[in-house]
Design a protein around this ligand. Structure first.
Ligand code: NAD
Length: 294
């Protein structure tokens, strides 16, 4: 029996998307149809599923979407030319290039090429800088979704000790920046940390973004802590494919105060916050056009 509150990211994401529909309606009334361009290079099956889900959610939310599917042998020049065209297209408000890119394409060069105002993933150095300064307009979707869930469960996060497990540019580092901005004391634990479990056991809040199936068991968790599991790991159990997180749910649930499941936790929040960023980008671009026209 699980003692922890199960944090329903799917239901919360549906609520966020519902509230965004009104924003889209208002924008459309002002003559602006928010539009997300999604670029997929290659045929990675997981990336294909992510892209299809993003396009589907965009449509359901009233956001226009355009898909650009390029073969795995696409040159960097071709990809950068497409990004330049999307940057210049006034009908496109958000640009998402699905990562990882096939070998031979430089992810940094591609991220750098996206106009910061259209960088709805929040990965461009200009947006990362704003995030660190505590002034993000386009914060990365996954950590922003995690922060939203934490606020739903715990309200004000001030003074709480948060441990982020993982220090990637797309999850761990921006998560730490957002928690710091929310007045938490933040510890980042990574592959070179000594005694990661003992550090984690001190936390009121644990965010696991490691990519190691069920790494965190009950021994990592202080009783009553809130546990957010970002991990999405595809493994086989009894010959059947299964999605599991970085947290061993069955071990941790009796100890934690609240915990996100995988699937149905952080994943849907990521897409909801991508839609939120697309609308925020559209609002800002529309305001700039109005200001120039005035
Ligand atoms: P990554 O591989 O870029 O980074 C993993 C991090 O974990 C590294 O910083 C590394 O130092 C740390 N690490 C590795 N082994 C460790 C250990 N034993 N102890 C402590 N730290 C350790 O991964 P990522 O891109 O941050 O993704 C992490 C996980 O989150 C993956 O499973 C990924 O699929 C998932 N993910 C989910 C979403 C979502 O929407 N739910 C979004 C992005 C990533």
């Amino acid at each position: 029996m699980s003692a922890a509150q199960r944090i329903d990211g799917k239901a919360e994401a549906a609520r966020v998307l519902d509230s965004l529909r009104d924003d889209v309606e208002r924008l459309r009334e002002q003559g602006c149809a928010p539009c997300l361009a999604v670029v997929l290079v290659g045929d990675d099956p997981a990336s294909d599923v992510y892209v299809r889900n993003k396009v589907l959610r965009a449509r359901e939310t009233g956001i226009e979407s355009v898909e650009h599917r390029l073969p795995a042998n696409t040159s960097e020049d071709t990809l950068l030319t497409l990004i330049a065209a999307l940057n210049a297209d006034p009908a496109v408000h958000g640009i998402l290039v699905q990562m990882p890119l096939p070998a031979g394409l430089d992810e940094h060069a591609v991220i750098d090429a996206i106009a910061p105002a259209k960088d709805v993933d929040g990965f461009h150095p200009a947006n990362v800088g704003q995030l660190v300064l505590g002034d993000a307009t386009l914060a990365p979707c996954t950590p922003n979704g995690c922060l939203h869930l934490l606020r739903q469960v715990a309200g004000d996060l001030s003074g709480k000790h948060a441990v982020v497990v993982g220090r990637s540019n797309i999850v761990g580092k921006p998560m730490a920046a957002l928690l710091l901005q929310a007045n938490c004391s933040v510890t980042v634990v990574h592959s070179r940390s000594t005694n990661a479990a003992a550090l984690c056991r001190q936390a009121d809040i644990v965010v696991a973004a490691v990519g190691r199936p069920r790494l965190l068991d009950a021994g990592w968790i202080k009783p009553g802590a809130i546990v957010i599991d970002v991990g999405i790991n595809r493994i086989e159990i009894d010959g059947q494919p299964k999605l599991v997180g970085d947290v061993d749910f069955d071990s941790v649930a009796p100890v934690a105060g609240a915990i996100t499941p995988v699937p149905g936790g952080v994943g849907p929040m990521t897409i909801a916050f991508l839609m939120k960023n697309t609308i925020a980008a559209a609002v800002r671009q529309q305001a700039m056009r109005d200001a120039i026209a005035a």
